[in-house]
Design a protein around this ligand. Structure first.
Ligand code: NAD
Ligand code: GLY
Length: 360
């Protein structure tokens, strides 16, 4: 097992990464506040892992809330169902919520934990690659609106992240690829050696080679823990973690949440950011080609869907948490491993990217 600490003063917490951790009662119990626990999961993950988790929490009064599966359910109305499940027990303000699942479950559980009785503790038990390398760490919680992705939410940190890499063995190949998009993103913003490692190992990563998966999760969590410790509320460096996301969120909202996986939309978004970086004279064409080749090798899309017009894309990009005063801000690349936030890219170059980077 590897452990990293997210250093946030008295709200610091550990990220444990390793095989078989779901059975480790000793890692979970210290972070449970009172007697009551509510596990939030979904109908896909529950039959696979809920029983093992329940055994590890056997000393507590454990309740469960099993949601329908999918991004389309990451909504206020689903959150309300969780609030009502908590109130029906009734759960008091010492209840600990446990998010068992991917980023959808993690995001909505964190949102509910931050709001229920003005805030109760929660633990992240991520079971997708995307959630283990990114979404479970850092306390970004949210639900979607029909008009914008992740637009309703709060920063609210978990008490612990327990990433059992064995759970990835049941993950569909398409979901593994989607998680790989966030690994590639992490490398591109901060770590060129991770990018080079991925160029060699991406097939083993999506092929679920245990050592390669464990290394990818650990390297990403190490970087994410440092970024979050430096800039918890995204006033600076943390915004870099959104590389590809302004494009990607426009794709997700434009197609309807759930049509493309988040990681797929981010993958196309990364290629669009790389294309704009070339047009802006920031990176070379051969660097862009390496980025696209890695995305394609991971089995991910490198182009936006054909159906979104440039006008629609542009208006969707304005509904973005990085936009300030209606001005879109984008994460661009100075080099592989070196990203920055730009507010003064040329609009005509962005239009060229939107036009050129649509699937035929
Ligand atoms: P997801 O939560 O929808 O999970 C993907 C699919 O895999 C689902 O069908 C799920 O039921 C299933 N699944 C989960 N674990 C499984 C397992 N071990 N075996 C078999 N099936 C399993 O999607 P995701 O990719 O994990 O997360 C995407 C979400 O995360 C998006 O809503 C995105 O906005 C959010 N996100 C949040 C952050 C953040 O910082 N909070 C960062 C990145 C992404
Ligand atoms: N996934 C982006 C962040 O956590 O900041």
């Amino acid at each position: 097992m590897k452990t990293f600490e997210v250093e946030l003063g008295e709200r610091s917490y550990p990220i444990h990464i390793g095989a078989g951790l779901l059975s480790r009662a000793d890692l979970l119990a210290p972070h449970v506040a009172g007697r009551q626990v509510m596990v939030i999961t979904n109908e896909t993950v529950a039959p696979l892992y809920l029983e093992t988790l329940r055994k590890s929490l056997s000393g507590f009064d454990v309740h469960e809330c099993i949601l329908p599966d999918g991004e389309a359910h990451k909504t206020l109305s689903t959150a309300e169902k969780i609030f009502e499940a908590l109130l029906a027990v009734p759960c008091d303000r010492q209840v600990t919520l446990v998010a068992l699942g991917g980023g959808v479950i993690g995001d909505i559980t964190g949102f509910v934990a931050g709001c229920y009785q003005r805030g109760v503790p929660f633990l992240q038990v991520p079971t997708t690659l995307l959630a283990q390398v990114d979404s479970s760490v850092g306390g970004k919680t949210a639900v979607n609106s029909r008009l914008g992705k992740n637009m309703i939410g709060l920063f609210y940190q978990p008490r612990c992240v327990l990433a059992d890499t064995d759970t990835l063995s049941t993950l569909p190949a398409r979901e593994l690829a989607a998680g790989t998009a966030e690994v590639i993103k992490t490398a591109l913003i901060r770590d060129s050696s991770l990018f080079e490692w991925l160029e060699i190992n991406v097939h083993n990563l999506i092929g679920l080679d245990a050592a390669i998966v464990a290394e990818a999760v650990a390297r990403c969590c190490d970087i994410k823990a440092a970024v979050v410790a430096e800039d918890e509320r995204e006033s600076g460096v943390r915004a870099l973690l959104n590389l590809g996301h302004t494009f990607g969120h426009a794709i997700e909202t434009g197609l309807g949440h759930g049509a493309w996986l988040h990681g797929e939309a981010v993958a196309a978004g990364i290629c669009m950011a790389a294309d704009l970086s070339v047009r802006s004279g920031l990176i070379r064409e051969d660097e862009r080609a390496r980025i696209e080749a890695l995305i394609v090798a991971a089995g991910l899309p490198s182009r936006a869907p054909a159906g979104l017009s440039v006008e629609r894309f542009r208006s969707l990009m304005k509904v973005d948490k990085k936009a300030l005063g209606g001005n879109v801000r984008l994460v661009l690349l100075n080099a592989i491993g070196d990203a920055f936030v730009s507010a003064d890219f040329a609009q005509d170059l962005l239009d060229q990217t939107l036009e050129a980077m649509r699937a035929a």
